[in-house]
Design a protein around this ligand. Sequence first.
Ligand code: GUN
Length: 279
Amino acid sequence: MATIIDGTKVAAAVRERAAAAASELAAHGVRPCLAVVLVGDDPASASYVRMKERDCAEVGIESRDHRLVAETTQEELDALIDSLNDDPSVHGILVQMPLPAHLDAESVIARISPCKDVDGFHPESLGSLVRGLPGFRACTPAGVMEMLGAYGIDPSGMNAVVVGRSTIVGKPMALLLLEANATVTVCHSRTKDLPAVCRGADLLVAAIGRPKMIDASYVKPGAVVVDVGINRTDDGLVGDVDFESVEPIASAITPVPGGVGPMTRAMLVANTVAAASAR
Ligand code: GUN
């Protein structure tokens, strides 16, 4: 029987800390402010943005909503980013991804001032992570580290295997685990004998976007298993891990929903309060 790592509970604690820091700032006349930019009308993105705005309200962060039509041009979006960069009352900028295909997401990310990059997606933020310097860390992997810490799981000396090499999750996750002194392996679609590599893991992080792909045959008994997957299927929301088969052999596991998901949003508000504090 594994310990179930309760992301909802850890996220609430992170928000509570952020709320305390926000009220401290309020005493100095500063209200942390997150600008949220949503281009187009993708329903999933709109729903994520609504939840982020609700989190902000709970913590005492002002959220400013910028909804742009799907036909918005690169120049118009660039101009909005420039004005948010220049606005001293805005501390964090979030451009909801994915952007419509005609827009260049990489150039938009790079245009955000690194001191307002609360998503941690900017090349300078990623460079700071590589170099071990202060900077914003991507919210999902930072949330995973926070959860491990809350449950007293220290990656130091562990063999950590990260399945998935995205810029948003897999790569920064590997670097954060390395920073925490884990021995890290990053796997991807070309990895040979993926189950065997995963079975070497004391700490296994699944971030591949394939429903229930990681079953018990990938997991060493006693391993810690972190499921970053959020897959909408006919069975509802499921992770990348086959929870039913893995839970009996893992020492600790994150569920879906209620695991990593709530942490991503909690780290966003924490980063926004940190951005306001830094100024
Ligand atoms: N789309 C899905 N997740 C995220 C996220 O964490 N940040 C942004 N900006 N867009 C997303």
